[in-house]
Design a protein around this ligand. Structure first.
Ligand code: 13P
Ligand code: SF4
Length: 336
């Protein structure tokens, strides 16, 4: 690859989101990524929704809480985050002095995008005296406007850690929020945001699937709509869903979340059958288009050139750190 091509690909990151260069098709990316990890003292953290090849090369695979905990204790010089922007940003907030890379800067999140900071600030002003609990799927600016962050694995405990008489705003996911209102009995003010992937499941098609697989259990992520959660046999974060399939006795599962999680489910329970819950259209749209922007090739190039890097105003990073640290402290207290 000529230097001039690399230089222009790097200067194009703003437009492309990644370094758009051709890589030699005969190189073994798995081997090269391992070499780069060692050379640069880097770790690769990956979310369960990443493509299987990325999961296979990662040093740690987990849900949003596990990834934040792993980022907090990371002693590598470089954190390569195979996930979406808000996750890499969380790693940067926890490690402002470290280089945090994201293979494709355009790997965003429809849920995080549903809460722009300017609008949210005005919304918050309408509810004085409310504590703001924000789901980790939000920007650093929203985190900076929040009191405590939560994930789907610790949200119930975080809410219950707030005194009963304290009023709460929960943002940005209205489906997770409504589920938590039911679980905790707390009457929270909800921001009207949602995830494009978890709102796509068809109750009608799931019902038909259950007739075809009468012994299959429906397991769902709490970002799903109420009508899906109502009929689910188990509801949990991605880690929660995975663990459930490992300890539960059933042999078949209909999985209502992004399809990436099926890779680990199938690896840990090869004898079981995992069926992605069908979406309400004819394509496989329960793949998150943001998560799937990362590829093994982009991961390799990003590690090689140490770009794209997550950067942010240090004042925002500082303000966003406090509510994340509160979440991590409460999680530690409950052994989560
Ligand atoms: P968890 O992996 O924390 O359950 O979150 C799922 C999700 O939507 C990530 O984008
Ligand atoms: Fe965001 Fe939904 Fe994709 Fe998760 S699955 S990153 S919440 S759009």
């Amino acid at each position: 690859m000529k230097d001039i091509n690399i230089a222009s690909a790097i200067s194009d990151i703003g437009k492309q989101g990644f370094i758009n260069i051709e890589i030699d098709p005969i190189i073994d990316l798995f081997v090269e990524i391992e070499k780069l990890k060692e050379e640069k003292n880097a770790i690769v953290l990956a979310h369960y929704y990443q493509e299987p090849d990325i999961q296979d090369v990662a040093d740690y695979i987990g849900d949003s809480l596990g990834l934040a905990q792993e980022a907090e204790k990371a002693d590598a010089d470089m954190i390569v985050f195979a996930g979406v922007h808000f996750m890499a940003e969380t790693a940067k907030i926890l490690n402002p002095e470290k280089k945090v890379l994201l293979p494709d800067l355009k790997a965003g999140c429809s849920l995080a995008d549903s809460a722009p900071a300017g609008l949210f600030r005005k919304f918050k002003e309408q509810y004085p005296g409310h504590v703001v609990i924000s789901y980790i799927n939000c920007s650093a600016e929203i985190k900076a406007l929040s009191d405590i962050i939560c994930t789907s694995s610790n949200a119930q405990k975080i809410i219950e850690s707030v005194p009963k008489e304290q009023k709460i705003i929960f943002a940005p996911d209205k489906n997770l929020g409504a589920y938590l209102v039911k679980k905790t009995g707390r009457d929270m003010v909800l921001w009207n945001g949602s995830c494009m992937v978890h709102e796509i499941f068809s109750l009608e098609k799931i019902t038909r699937l259950k007739i075809r697989y009468p012994n299959a259990k429906l397991i769902a992520h709490p970002e799903c709509e109420e009508q899906i959660l109502r009929v689910a046999d188990f509801i949990g974060s991605t880690t929660g869903l995975l663990k459930y399939t490992q300890i539960d006795q059933a042999k078949e599962y209909i999985v209502a979340t992004e399809t990436g999680i099926l890779h680990q489910m199938q690896l840990s329970s090869p004898e079981k059958i995992f069926i992605p819950a069908p979406p309400n259209n004819n394509c496989a749209c329960n793949d998150c288009p943001h998560m799937k922007l990362n590829t093994l090739e982009k991961l390799y190039v990003c590690m090689k050139y140490e770009l794209p890097e997550i950067t942010k105003d240090p004042n925002i990073l500082e303000a966003a750190k406090k509510p994340i640290e509160r979440m991590l402290a409460i999680s530690r207290k409950y052994g989560l």
